[in-house]
Design a protein around this ligand. Structure first.
Ligand SMILES: *Cc1c(COP(=O)(O)O)cnc(C)c1O
Length: 231
């Protein structure tokens, strides 16, 4: 077995345990491998170990690693990092979903580039829930405004929300961040019932068990799967 296949097994066990602990089905949580700064050979190894969902932070790096890979392998690729305006077009053609939509102008640009798509581009709105991170809409009101904006674009499909918890060992702070996201989702679902709001992307290597307990449906794992990043 490769190192990555072994890491996958360990993560899988931890996911199952967290699901059992919170009375959830294993199938209700998707595992995303966050492969930023990691080589294509590691991505290949993860794919051979059964991983089919990958996340990358930067358009350029993702294009270098995934444009050929995605033609040869069945794999889903999501953008999870902040998207610059001059990269929106490239992002729309490369990624299967944009999980880090963090401002309204981005909705306008994504919407304008997806008007003639056969299937809508799935997006998540990112909510800022931690003091020490920068990215994301600041509050529920701004999410309402953003969701309303998405309605104007039939080429976009709003699937849910994403957040990054604070980098701390304080479990209460982490849990509070995930709860904020989950409550925001409930409020949005009540106000905008046309969207499914089925995706809560939260939880990383250090906090994914807490995220699962708080309702995560997608966890984003980098270090625990691929090892440390050398940047
Ligand atoms: C890097 C990154 C991850 C993965 O973090 P790890 O702690 O290495 O698991 C998850 N989500 C986002 C948005 C990231 O940028």
């Amino acid at each position: 077995m490769t190192t990555i296949a072994i890491a996958m097994e360990r993560i899988e066990e931890r996911i199952q345990k967290a699901c059992a602990h919170s009375g959830r089905e294993r199938s209700s949580v998707r595992l995303m491998g966050v492969s930023k700064f990691h080589s294509l050979s590691k991505i290949e190894a993860a794919w051979h170990a059964g991983l089919r969902l990958f996340g990358e932070n930067r358009v350029q790096e993702a294009a270098e690693k995934f444009s050929v890979f995605k033609r040869q392998r069945e794999a889903e690729l999501h953008l999870i990092g902040s998207l610059q305006r001059n990269k929106v077009k490239a992002a729309v053609s490369l990624f299967d979903a944009i999980d880090s939509v963090n401002r309204v102008v981005l909705i306008d640009e994504l919407g304008a580039l997806t008007t003639d798509r056969e299937t809508a581009l799935p997006i998540l709105l990112e909510l800022h829930t931690a003091e020490d991170t920068k990215s994301g809409f600041p509050n529920l009101d701004s999410l309402y405004h953003a969701a309303e904006r998405v309605y104007a674009f039939p080429g976009l499909r709003l699937d849910g929300l994403m957040t990054i918890a604070p980098f701390t060992r304080d479990e209460h702070l982490i849990r509070a961040s995930f709860r904020t996201l989950s409550v925001a989702r409930d409020n949005l679902a009540a106000r905008f019932p046309d969207y499914a709001w089925s995706c809560l992307s939260m939880g990383m290597s250090n906090d994914f068990e807490i995220a699962i307990e708080e309702g995560a449906t997608l966890i984003r794992i980098g270090t625990a799967l691929f090892g440390e990043r050398y940047t």
